[in-house]
Design a protein around this ligand. Sequence first.
Ligand code: GLY
Ligand code: MN
Ligand code: MN
Length: 449
Amino acid sequence: MPPMSTETDSAALGRLYPDHLREIQTRHERALERAGASHAVIFAGAPRTVFLDDYNYPFKANPHFLSWVPLRANPWSLVVCTPGKRPLLVYFQEKDYWHSPPSDPTGFWTGEFDIRIVHTVEDIAEQLPAEKDKCILIGEVQNDTQAFGIERINPKSALNILHRARGIKTEYEVACMRAASRRGARGHAAAEAAFRARATEFDIHLAYCRATQHTERDLPYSNIIALNEHAAVLHYQHQSTQRPDAQLSFLIDAGARTNGYACDITRTHSFDNAEFAALIRRFDALQLSLVSEVRAGVNFPELHLTTHRKIAELLVEIDLAKGSPEALIESGVTNAFYPHGLGHLLGLQVHDMGGFMADDEGTIIDPPSGHPYLRLTRNLEENQVLTIEPGLYVIDLLLADLAGTPGEKMINRSRVDWLRPFGGMRIEDNVRVTANGCENLTRDAFAAI
Ligand code: GLY
Ligand code: MN
Ligand code: MN
């Protein structure tokens, strides 16, 4: 297996990083101006302890902190941004013999910061600007100790600017996401091979983790490893150790990370059923036709509604339902087979912030009525990275809701019965918007590995 992160990858990211950091600094300077403050303290966060226990939950760093430095396992560290000055990194290196403390800071990013290493929580506040009333803190604060004497925590005026800006990726961020996509693609290839060898969900999960060299902690979200009818559960959360009686289908929604940046990829496979395999190919063409519509200026809710139209046509074509596309959409039939959004912004978070924001004031664009799960409503712009993930499932809970409505009569029950054991399908790519189209990070990654 080739190494995960080669010297060349790291060197290339290092060349892109200074420009990225300048952009992050500029965004924070704008946020400070809007908030009427002089310093932003961006706090990685502190561990959370399990109720009645002395173990911590896996640490998840504040994504705002990660936009400055690729330090995912450094609780209590923070960055201080002061306009016109080099950023300061207060690097927390606890003297702790129960755990392995963070090693000294190394990597392509270190040359861009003034770095002060502190060893106790009490010493952190001393490194911060003395004028606490001129500071804002950005991060999760669970108690007063974690506020370091700062009173203005996560002011909306500043966060609106940062959240909207995060929708647009720098070249460094796109390069990280390309690397994450290749890592994820290796995992998907290994998972498919395990499925073909009749592995259980649990063993497919392990094959994925081995190929991506991720533990559960490193994954951007819990793997969705769904055999047969489990593929109909949108966020299926178990990994069964039982081998199913029949091996029919496999839906895998699994990601990976590089320097904190995620990929979010779904593929669906047929084991040996030719008709289901043909349906997946047909669905893949539908997904690609949606990807081909992505470009700067596109209204994403309209593209989501186009997806419903395409799915309505497909339902008729494969005899799952009958009726005009308008009638199938109006009656809720397409919503029953495809009950989630077409996609979402992606970055340091799997569902990146800012998908609903019309402007820096934080004006919200609501999803179209009847489509509450659509998480991206702002217009597409160059250098956004988003997912395109149509799906088609047999979800009896939702089909039952159609009982007694006009939609019920449009559905072909015997065809639904045919599809039910396969669960369903979703195909999810991550794309970077360009002026005239998009770069498909996912397809490029599969082609490269
Ligand atoms: N993996 C979660 C999602 O696709 O949104
Ligand atoms: Mn997704
Ligand atoms: Mn996904």
